[in-house]
Write a protein that binds this ligand. Structure first.
Ligand SMILES: [Fe+2]
Ligand SMILES: [Fe+2]
Length: 276
């Protein structure tokens, strides 16, 4: 049986009616993404949202987020990004007990049935870059040691690899002494590291596994690899990731677009002849 973990990322929810950067109606985009998740051919086993849940970490923004995520009818897991506030997030989602397991950080492990989701908190309050300090690495070591057999996905907001988008790498992840990379490399059950922050889909091998970032449900970081590329976003089609696994431990990650788009159509002409 195939199960799926849907990864939404970087919705950047603001107060109702407000637009990010004066331009992006992030709430409308998240509503569309949630509808796209509900229309998936396979209902997800769980949904994780990999940070930058709100734009400014305000309690009323989290209240708006709660309303927008309401139609998701499977287990939902949240984690903070650099635009979030841990306490406002915890206070706004009191039913999400896992948000308090790793106090002061939001780190937790969830058994999804054949796949473990392990969240790592990379947030440095009031800073844009991310960091995994010794305390967080130690706690992750404990979470990983609890089950070294079940295929595991580590989720964290800041990706651990250099993306070559210069202005984003400047606010990337700091891993003092490479402790996080060394820890993950010692745990072959880690099959993916799934991240946000980059607002586009990027993949790279890292620490003996595959790390990737998800598109934003709203605006995307402009694809410009020039060393002096300006910090900019583009309204490319938004999307999300679908991580699918089977009983035998396979794990594949798909990129899904949020519409509108036409289809599905059958792969045959009117005379019934297959063309693909
Ligand atoms: Fe973001
Ligand atoms: Fe971010």
């Amino acid at each position: 049986m195939i199960k799926t973990l849907v990864q939404l990322s970087d919705p950047h929810i603001k107060l109702p009616g407000a637009r990010a950067y004066g331009r992006v109606d992030t709430a409308r985009f998240l509503r569309q993404a949630v509808q796209a998740v509900r229309r998936l051919q396979q209902a997800p086993t769980a949904v994780v949202v990999t940070g930058d849940l709100t734009d400014f970490g305000r309690p009323d923004e989290y209240a708006h987020l709660r309303e927008l995520l309401q139609p998701i009818d499977c287990p939902l897991y949240l984690m903070p990004g650099n635009h979030d506030d841990r306490e406002a997030l915890r206070d706004s989602f009191p039913a999400h007990g896992y948000l308090r397991h790793g106090s002061p950080f939001i780190q937790y492990a969830i058994d999804l049935g054949g796949l473990r989701l392990v969240a790592v908190d990379t947030v440095v309050p009031r800073e844009s870059h991310g960091e995994v300090c010794a305390a967080r690495v130690d706690q992750l070591a404990q979470l990983l040691a609890q089950d070294t057999v079940t295929p595991t996905v580590i989720a964290m907001h800041h990706p651990p690899f250099r993306t070559m988008i210069g202005h984003m790498d400047e606010i990337g992840l700091r891993d003092p002494g490479g402790a996080l990379a060394a820890l993950v490399a010692r745990h072959p059950q880690v099959r993916r590291v799934i991240c946000g922050h980059l607002h586009r889909a990027i993949y790279a091998p890292w620490a003996g596994t595959l790390a990737m970032t998800a598109p934003s449900t709203a605006h995307q970081v402009t694809l410009d690899l020039a060393p002096d590329a300006p910090s900019a976003f583009s309204m490319e089609p938004p999307g999300f990731l679908v991580h699918a696994w089977s009983d035998t431990g396979e794990l594949v990650s798909h990129v899904a677009s949020v519409g509108p788009f036409e289809g599905p159509f059958p792969f045959h002409e009117d005379d019934g002849q297959l063309i693909d």
